[in-house]
Ligand binder design. Structure first.
Ligand code: 5AD
Length: 354
């Protein structure tokens, strides 16, 4: 068994992809044999070092709106959650966040939000152009859900560089169990392909331990990531939110998340890979453990402090301390103690070596 799985790991390292059965075998062994998981981690970390050294790229996360037309069953800001106090930042407030962030040393701004119709193409394109004009040395990442190809093209032309859109689950049955029928997996995947074709550094990803998710589903997601070859991958543990259908489901595993971070690093050596807020929420050492597993990005919260408590995708979501832009010194210190260095840089994807 052990030698079979080592061969599969070598295969992943050499070719950057595996088939479903290989993934399943590898994941099962990594989960049951800590020594093998450690081997995977060591391999992933060596790749991280080769591409990024000990650098930690930081992104200023601005949560621009928690209005959302979607109703994802797992998400705290889903449309049908009547407990949410809804807010929307004005373009001026968003620019102000960028100014603060730039002063703090951020060179990537991530505008993330629910699918809020107020942010139509005209308003968003104007906002992106204003950020692009004021911060020519910074990258603009958007994370605003499914939009038309034309919309993605306009925003790219206005100056956006990257787009995060987790695919959530590539298995049709699992996707359908996590989302209402009007949210179509096919549309999600079309959006991702459009983003990549337009020239965005595109990011996909999924929750680890989403309700109903099996190791076989995760294996499918890994096959998908190997085929799609995203520039960024966002994964974090599922965390229940008390006002959703999944309030009483168990949270996802930190250990499995770390294993997956390592395997993603091995599969996609130059990928931009955050230790996510969900990981940091589940484990106070989440950032450091993430870096040691092969992650290279942290996304502290740059939203105005008074709205942070309203962007609650899940319960107890961290938005202060080392998860906050103003807590950057704390993050720097945590990272330094773990042997890493927060850098002031756009942090684009480096080219693949061979
Ligand atoms: N737990 C963890 N992650 C969540 N997301 C949404 N709800 C939750 C939750 N309850 C993730 C989804 C989405 C991203 C913005 O946050 O994967 O793509």
């Amino acid at each position: 068994m052990a030698s079979t799985t080592r061969l599969i790991l070598n295969d992943l390292h050499a070719h950057g992809r595996l088939n479903h059965q290989q993934w399943l075998t590898l994941l099962a062994e990594a989960q049951s044999a800590p020594a093998f998981a450690e081997e995977i981690r060591t391999c992933a970390h060596a790749i991280r070092e080769r591409y990024f050294g000990r650098a930690v790229y930081i992104r200023g996360l601005i949560e621009i709106s928690n209005y959302c037309r979607n109703d994802c069953y797992y998400c705290g800001i889903r449309k049908s959650n009547g407990e949410v106090s809804r807010y929307r930042l004005s373009p001026n407030e968003i620019l102000q966040c960028c100014r603060q962030g730039h002063d703090l040393g951020f060179r990537t701004f991530v505008l993330q939000g629910g699918e809020d119709a107020w942010f139509n193409d005209d308003r968003l394109a104007r906002l992106v152009a204003a950020i692009r004009a004021e911060f020519p040395d910074s990258a603009i990442t958007l994370s605003l859900g499914e939009r038309s190809r034309e919309s993605y093209e306009r925003l790219f032309a206005a100056g956006a560089n990257r787009y995060l859109l987790r695919h959530e689950a590539v298995n049709p049955d699992l996707y359908a169990s996590l989302h209402p029928p009007r949210q179509r997996l096919a549309n999600r995947l079309d959006c991702l392909r459009n983003l990549q074709a337009i020239g965005y550094q595109a990011g996909a990803g999924f929750m680890v331990g989403a309700p109903g998710q099996t190791l076989a589903h995760i294996a499918e997601d890994m096959v998908f990531l190997g085929d799609f070859r995203p520039a960024m991958v966002g994964i974090g543990p599922f965390i229940p939110q008390h006002a959703t259908s999944y309030a009483h489901e168990p949270a996802g595993s930190v250990d499995l998340t770390l294993i997956l971070l390592s395997l993603i690093r091995i599969m996609l050596p130059n990928v931009l890979l955050p230790a996510t807020t969900a990981l940091g929420t589940m484990d106070p050492q989440g950032h450091a453990k993430g870096m040691r597993a092969g992650a290279n990005v942290v996304m502290p919260n740059l939203s105005p402090a008074d709205v942070r408590g309203k962007y609650l995708l899940y319960d107890n979501k961290m938005s202060f301390g080392s998860e906050a832009a103003e807590g950057l010194d704390t993050l720097r210190q945590h990272m330094a103690e773990a042997g890493y260095k927060v850098v002031v840089a756009r942090g684009d994807q480096p080219p693949l070596e061979n």
